[in-house]
Ligand binder design. Structure first.
Ligand code: ADP
Ligand code: ADP
Ligand code: MG
Length: 651
């Protein structure tokens, strides 16, 4: 076994790898960028090396610096985690040329599977079923459009270098093909530096079922059952589970056989995943699943497999890379119970899951696993850390295991509702709603489930009067005053009317006013908008969190956040004009579709902002005439005015 390894990654996966390495007595070296100087993975590792500025191209993608760091610290091997350099065969070559071990498959295996088109051609020749489509070399729009017609609409355009659901467009109708193609190409170019695409049949009522495989350097390959990852938004997984609901022995055999065959076809060594797309319009049928791609690395959702098999996949990765045989044979790998993973993201479900950023002023996970379950929390952040625009906005993965699917899903919902995060908008309430959705609970899942029910799943109830009152009390600062404070003695002095402190709470465009008084004895009265009065006590402050300019109240798994504006800071706001539109996050203005003086209609796309590796269309919020619009290529920060409208007379 190695005595020291370097982890070429950050966040939860770096932390995850360090944990197993430590248990095995292997010392660890972390690498970090400027933004991560105080990150958890750095604190946890035995040693840490700074590798550059915050952008990934200058740090976590700098293979040369990472290899230098490994040599300087005496690490013998490099674990790439997922993302970043994990599927980069040139990096593997460089690692090996430096006399180090890459903890993962060979460069040849990664090359064979790295591009979706080539991988599909290879799998066809290995007799693994592949989605019908065009995965040839031609990139001409005329050729691609005619292939799309041959395949039959709807089709899916995919970046051949794709990953993370990026560079993908579903096309319903030939008329939409040109726009979809240029969108997919732009996104692919930005994310992967390669704008070549393939076109394939869009499978109906699709389920994403993948098989975890593992190979060693002695020609052995096994599977560790399947995971269902059909709960997706933006073609990206949000809740994964193992085993797949409704899986039959016949279907499992067909899928795992195909997966092991695929792994053996490339003499695969290490952890890998064969992703299949399954047409479930007629239930799970062994002749209705197709190879989609192979991920030649550890997968984000690997913990659900660990939960049902009891195998530590990172331990296996280290053992296999160190030259050991697979620790278990196929017969020795057994499946027990059911596991779920929910990915908690900084993102706004109500704005189509737009990625978000922020400082996590409050971060609290359940202390205990819900009754009858075991729980794992995988995170790379601590309270006070920031979700920055530089990296993936995942905050944590909540993983639960129980005897059966029903109990595991119940435990997942409970654990989610007991997770409190403030400082960034998150998808927790959405995940909890999904965990309690009747169709999801029935195991009736397909990749369109979230899209069909998006409005209901992302609906946030309006805060009731008590929640607003609690927010008002917490924001007022009245509770913090000690008895020898002159203010406290004044408010508690019964000869006078207790002094009322005014708090202005903003939720979206709505302003709520709360008048807080403290008659004494730890009691408070909150008057809302002049009428309703609500009595509260010190105990009502539990589940409230404040930080500069904000207050949040947690209730039943929902974080109700209010802005508490500084009354002196609103001049700039007013100057920008009521109708102006601001950048929701830092990014690059990619495309501008309107000009000064244009009269635009509500909903009309005005520009495309590329932020956090995605394209966000900024559409007009109302009808109006454009006074000013950002220019193409401009780098903007969070809150920069992108579009200013001509003020209407009298408006
Ligand atoms: P997995 O297949 O392991 O579940 P995904 O399909 O969600 O992972 O994403 C594919 C890869 O892209 C992963 O390696 C993941 O780390 C990476 N990835 C996903 N989202 C982002 C992002 N916003 N920025 C950078 N990398 C990402
Ligand atoms: P990525 O590399 O971004 O993970 P994949 O090829 O694995 O790309 O596809 C991501 C997701 O897109 C799948 O999990 C599935 O939901 C959807 N998808 C991919 N191919 C198809 C298809 N042919 N028909 C329907 N849905 C598909
Ligand atoms: Mg995939």
């Amino acid at each position: 076994m190695f005595s020291k390894i370097l982890i070429a990654n950050r966040g939860e996966i770096a932390v995850r790898v360090i944990r197993t390495a430590r248990r095995m007595g292997v010392r660890t070296v972390a690498v970090y960028s400027d933004a991560d100087a105080n990150a958890l993975h750095v604190a946890m590792a035995d040693e840490a090396v700074h590798i550059g500025p915050s952008p990934v191209s200058e740090s976590y993608l700098r293979g040369d610096r990472i290899i230098e760091a490994a040599k300087a610290t005496g690490a013998e091997a490099i674990h790439p985690g997922y993302g970043f350099l994990s599927e980069n065969p040139d990096f593997v070559d460089q690692v090996e040329a430096a006399g180090l071990v890459f903890i993962g498959p060979s460069a040849a295996s990664i090359r064979a599977m790295g591009l979706k088109d080539a991988a599909k051609r290879l799998m066809e020749s290995a007799d693994v079923p592949v989605v019908p489509g065009y995965h040839g070399e031609a990139q001409d729009i005329v050729v691609l459009a005619s292939k799309a017609r041959e395949i039959g609409y709807p089709v899916l355009i995919k970046a051949r270098a794709g990953g993370g659901g990026k560079g993908m467009r579903r096309v319903e109708h030939p008329d939409d093909f040109p726009d979809a193609l240029s969108g997919a190409r732009r996104e692919a170019k930005a994310a992967f530096g390669d704008d070549r695409v393939l076109v394939e049949k869009y499978v109906e009522k699709p389920r994403h079922i993948e098989v975890q495989v593992f190979g060693d350097n002695f020609g052995n390959a096994v599977h560790l059952f399947e995971r269902d990852c059909s709960a997706q938004r933006r073609h990206q997984k949000v809740i994964e589970e193992a085993p797949a609901p409704g899986m039959t022995a016949e279907m499992r055999k067909a899928m795992t056989d195909a997966a092991v065959k695929a792994a053996k076809a490339i003499s695969y060594s290490g952890a890998g995943t064969i992703e299949f797309i399954v047409d479930t319009s007629d239930g799970l049928r062994p002749d209705r699943f197709w190879f989609m791609e192979m991920n030649t690395r550890l997968q984000v959702e690997h913990p659900v497999t660990e939960m049902i098999t009891g195998v530590d996949l990172v331990e296996w990765q280290l053992r296999v890379a160190a030259g050991e045989k697979l620790p278990k044979s196929q017969e020795e790998i057994a499946l027990s119970g059911h596991a779920f993973e929910a990915r908690i993201y900084a993102e706004d479900p109500q704005r189509d899951f737009l990625p978000a950023i922020g400082t996590l002023h409050h971060l609290s996970f359940p202390i205990q696993a819900p009754a009858g379950s075991t729980m794992r929390i995988e995170t790379g952040v601590r309270q006070g850390d920031a979700i920055s625009p530089y990296y993936d906005p995942m905050i944590a993965k909540l993983v639960v295991h129980a005897e059966d699917r029903h109990s595991a899903l119940g435990a997942l919902a409970t654990a989610l509702k007991n997770t409190e995060i403030a400082g960034s908008v998150t998808n927790i309430a959405f995940l909890a709603a999904l965990a309690e959705d009747a169709d999801f609970a029935a195991g009736d899942v397909d990749t369109g489930l979230i899209g069909r029910k998006q409005a209901a799943l992302t609906e946030t109830p309006q805060p009731d009067a008590t929640i607003v009152a609690r927010a008002g009390l917490a924001a007022s600062g009245m509770h913090g005053v000690s008895s020898d404070d002159p203010w406290a003695s004044l408010t508690g002095y019964s000869h006078f009317h207790p002094i009322e402190r005014q708090v202005s709470l903003h939720r979206g465009t709505e302003e709520l006013k709360a008048g807080v008084t403290a008659p004494g004895n730890g009691r408070y009265t909150v008057r809302l908008d002049g009428s309703q009065s609500i009595g509260l006590t010190q105990a009502d402050l539990a589940g409230t969190v404040t930080w500069p300019g904000h207050v949040a109240v947690f209730a039943a798994g929902i974080a109700y956040t209010f802005a508490v504006p500084d009354p002196f800071a609103s001049a700039a706001e007013a100057e920008a004009g009521a109708g102006s539109m601001r950048a929701p996050m830092p990014g690059l203005v990619k495309l501008v579709r309107a000009a000064q003086g244009d009269a635009v209609k509500k909903g009309q796309p005005l520009l495309i902002l590329e932020a956090m590796k995605m394209e966000h269309t900024i559409a007009a919020q109302h009808d109006g005439v454009i006074a000013d619009i950002a220019s193409e290529g401009a780098q903007v920060t969070d809150g920069t005015v992108l579009v200013r409208f001509v003020e209407e007379a009298g408006a």
